[in-house]
Design a protein around this ligand. Structure first.
Ligand SMILES: [Zn+2]
Length: 426
């Protein structure tokens, strides 16, 4: 191998020259493939004639600190027989670049790893390569889709979670587009995402798995919403449904917030203002009480005394803490009793209406809420679902194409086998 080819790292090519026009422009390496045998027509076997060469400009990995382009003089052949219908064709060399992609093969794999595994943005990687966003994104989707659609990626699942995920706000009115994340709750692995948050797409996804795989699922975790309950009722009727603790405590926090805003309105006659005691207490209220130091605790007590004359916010705060407390208990035998007691206390006439409503919701979901104590020994799922949602948001929020978005989030949070990146064909 000659020095040039060695440097370029492609043994099957001839380097025709290196063009370095401007100091800031990418370095252009012109190559052609080595002709190892006589090219013949695939249709009739006759000898091929060289018709012309189309230079294809490919984005390659940077060299010597410079952005680089591989200019591949692709040969166009034509059949020498006058009667053959084949006509002409262009040579292919997957080791240099996949057809239709603007990145060289090695740059495409590298970009897929940067974006997919390190969670870097496409824009950032495009900046490294000195090319545009679409060129990088197309390559990431092409290589990445093979990795995420690898059937071996999804192993046996014991606890399967469904969770809604905001995927993009679209158009002038920022209409929210939702998707459903399908999660292996034990491993913290994103299994897939499907469009929408109604029951249809997730049910279909489950229906497309094989029966033995579905039969292994013992638990189905969900927020307290009807559609996902329907998915489990229909597609996994034998799985025990578990209300995700994150959503249960979140709902309690939202109710507390509603009470605070209503009481503030009633007491001072306007919406929250930065001087209102309850407005000033809003962050302390939602904090876990064990995270409040003595000073914050005193401050909260003072603000409530000033802004909550009937103790409604205080009651709602206690209710929120009691819901959190549910998950400190560990005994699955008593769980249902605790849930029933708590939801009965909340429905008491002395409670603010928002808390009575929370009590009714908890009664409706009592078995699912209590089932958590049977399904889980650690507080893993809260962290997992929560952490996963954050990762998904960080990695690709704002992408408008669902297929692209799916590949991105699955590369990042779906545990693809990265050792297969070297061998997948885009
Ligand atoms: Zn031919």
């Amino acid at each position: 191998m000659r020095m040039c080819e060695l440097l370029v790292g492609l043994p099957t090519v001839t380097v025709l020259g290196v063009v370095d026009l401007l100091p800031l422009a990418p370095l252009a390496v012109h190559i052609e493939t080595l002709l190892e045998h006589r090219e013949t027509c695939a249709g009739c076997g006759a000898a091929a004639r060289l018709k012309d060469r189309d230079p294809v400009r490919l984005v390659d990995l940077p060299v010597f600190g410079r952005a680089a382009r591989l200019v591949w003089r692709k040969r166009r052949w034509m059949c020498s027989s006058k009667v053959c219908p084949v006509g002409s064709w262009t040579e292919t060399a997957p080791a240099i670049a996949a057809t239709r992609l603007g990145l060289s093969d090695r740059a495409g794999r590298w970009a897929t790893f940067q974006v997919g595994c390190h969670g870097r943005s496409v824009k950032e990687v495009a900046g490294d390569l000195g090319c545009d966003w679409h060129t990088v994104n197309n390559a990431v989707v092409a290589y990445g889709e093979r990795l995420v659609d690898d059937p071996a990626r999804i192993g046996p699942v014991d606890a399967l979670g469904l969770d809604e995920t905001l995927f993009v706000k679209r158009g002038r009115w920022r209409v929210k587009q939702w998707s459903t994340s399908i999660v292996d709750v034990r491993r913290g692995q994103l299994l897939d995402v499907v469009e929408g948050r109604d029951s249809g797409p997730a049910s279909l996804w489950l229906a497309n798995r094989d029966k033995a795989w579905r039969a292994q699922i013992r638990y189905g975790t969900l927020d307290m919403s009807g559609p996902y309950r329907k998915v489990f009722d229909r597609a996994l009727p034998d799985a025990t449904q578990v209300a995700d603790p994150f959503h249960v405590t979140k709902l309690a926090g939202e109710k507390l917030d509603e009470v605070r805003r209503r009481v503030n309105q009633e007491v001072v006659g306007h919406r929250g203002h930065r001087d209102d005691p309850l407005y000033r207490a809003r962050k302390l209220l939602v904090m876990a009480h064990e995270r409040l130091d003595d000073r914050s605790q005193d401050k909260l007590t003072g603000l409530l005394t000033a802004g909550d004359p009937n103790g409604e916010v205080t009651t709602a705060w206690h209710a929120k803490e009691a819901v959190r407390e549910l998950y400190a208990h560990r005994d699955p035998e008593l769980a249902l009793e605790w849930v029933d007691q708590l939801s009965a206390d909340m429905r008491d006439v002395s409670c603010p209406p928002e808390i009575r409503q929370l009590g009714r919701t908890m009664r409706r979901w009592r078995t699912q809420i209590a089932a958590w104590h049977q399904a889980q020994v650690s507080n893993g799922p809260t962290e997992t679902m929560n952490g996963l949602a954050k990762r998904i948001k960080r990695v690709a929020f704002g992408m408008t194409n669902f297929r692209h978005w799916r590949v991105r989030v699955l590369l990042y949070a779906g545990h693809p086998d990265w050792s297969k990146l070297a061998t997948v064909t885009p």
